[in-house]
Every structure is written in C-alpha cells, then in structure tokens.
Write a protein that binds this ligand. Sequence first.
Ligand code: NAD
Length: 259
Amino acid sequence: MRLQGRTAIVTGAASGIGRRIAERFASEGAKVAIADLNRDAAEAAAVAIRKSGATARAVAMDVADEAAVQAGVNVVLADWGRIDVLVSNAGIQIVHPVEEFSFAEWRRVVGIHLDGAFLLTRACLPSMYANGYGRIIYMGSVHSKTASVLKAPYVAAKHGLMGLARVVAKEGAKKGVTANVVCPGFVLTPLVEKQIPEQAKELHLSEDQVVKTIMLKDTVDGEFTTVDDIAEVALFFAGYPNAALTGQSLIASHGWHME
Ligand code: NAD
C-alpha cells in the first residue's frame, strides 16, 4: 500500500481523471476527500470508494472561490487532522478564437485552473509544513508545454501551473513538500466529449475528423490516453519517497508531445 496512512484532497474528483485518481489513491490506503463543485456526483464517488472498504468523504467546493476553498480544506482538517497529498485537478474547457473570448469566459477558465491551484495550495500548505510532509500534484496538460488553436485561457493557465509548481517546489523543499505537474494528452472524459462537437462546429469538420486529425493526429498509435494512465502517474508522484523529482512535470500523451 503506497499511500497507507496518508490523507489526500483531490479536486474535481467527482468525474473523469480526478475520480480515478481518488479511487486509485484509496486503493493504496489513502483517506480521500472528493472536492468538487458537483456535490451529488462527489457524494456518489465517495460512496463508491467507501463500498470498496476505503475511507472517503465528499467536500462541496468551488475551487475558484477563496472562502469555499478554505472552508472545504478546514472540514477535511477537522475530520482527519492533516493533509498529506493535494491533487489540484478541477478544470473546465471553453473553446473560441482569441478575439471571440469574452473577458468573463477568460477569467472563468483561468480562475478555475490557476487561481484554484493557488487557493488550494495556500490552504493546504500550513498543515503540510506543520507535519514536514506534503505532495502537491497539479493537473497540467500537454497544453502546459505547447499550444492549440481555440484554447487561449486554458493553454495560458496550464503553462502557469508549471511556474506555480516550480515555486512551490523551491519554497516547500526545507519542509518536506514536493510539487509536480502531470501533463495528459487527450483523455475521453466529459470535458473532452463536450469539446468534440464544439470544435467540429468552430473548425467546420466532422466529429470523427476532430478526433483523428486534431486530437490524436500526433500520437504514435492513434490512441487516447486513459484515466488509468493518469492515475498511475499521479500515484507515482504522490508516493515518491523524497524530493528527487520535485519541480518536474511528466507528459503522458501516447507520444503526442515529447521532450
Ligand atoms: P471532467 O469534466 O470529467 O471532470 C472535471 C471535474 O471538475 C468535474 O467533476 C467538475 O464538476 C469539476 N469542476 C469544474 N469546475 C469546478 C470548480 N470551479 N470547482 C470544483 N470542481 C469543479 O474533466 P477531466 O477531463 O477529468 O479533467 C480533469 C483535469 O484534467 C482538468 O484540469 C483538465 O484540464 C485536465 N486535463 C484533461 C485532459 C483530457 O483530455 N480530459 C487532458 C489534459 C488535462
């Protein structure tokens, strides 16, 4: 059990990648808090994990709301006394060409991905510093490394997470806290399923063309990355015993982006 005795908060864990990370962490012995905007789905995810015999609880939270983040983290601290692992994963996607983005849409995307990551980090660090131990994992993207059309705020925010992780890696070093970024290629989750028809409309392509000629075009095998692939990478960082890898990112994208 690689996370035995650890406590973890995973944001956006009511669905997709976050949910599988929460399940995987629980299967390795962690107590897991499912923090999500969608209270019912978060509760359902927590119930499913508890049925497997592990410990999980739902925490309703808008990660872009300063007070809600602090309140949610306080609930977990009151229950479990410490936070060892944070996975800042909650996210959305909105696609438009830059000139068509409203400022409100820009702020919403950046607010959830980047402000949310900052707010969760700030709320969890005091507990991690007090215990001399913490693992912070940001859900980046291949879009932390490269760009695609129509995704200006998403790409900007995902690049920003790299900077945040590096600062946290440096500041946290003396107190046992590491920071890493996981960078998935396309994973078939509700976030991506929603984009396929939207991009088809914007780019005047069929949905099949969006998948084959945009999303998976540069992979080595034409395959989507899976939630299991990403959960495994998150577990690798969460369970890593020392600071050898701190500040690093890892791309899991079937060869779409290599560096
Ligand atoms: P998803 O839509 O399946 O899940 C996202 C979850 O985040 C949902 O449960 C949603 O309720 C929650 N959420 C949204 N806004 C929130 C908010 N303000 N506060 C709290 N929770 C909120 O999406 P996913 O594909 O699993 O995405 C998870 C993360 O992975 C995102 O950060 C996304 O950018 C990243 N990512 C996804 C892909 C992909 O191809 N699916 C690729 C690279 C990176």
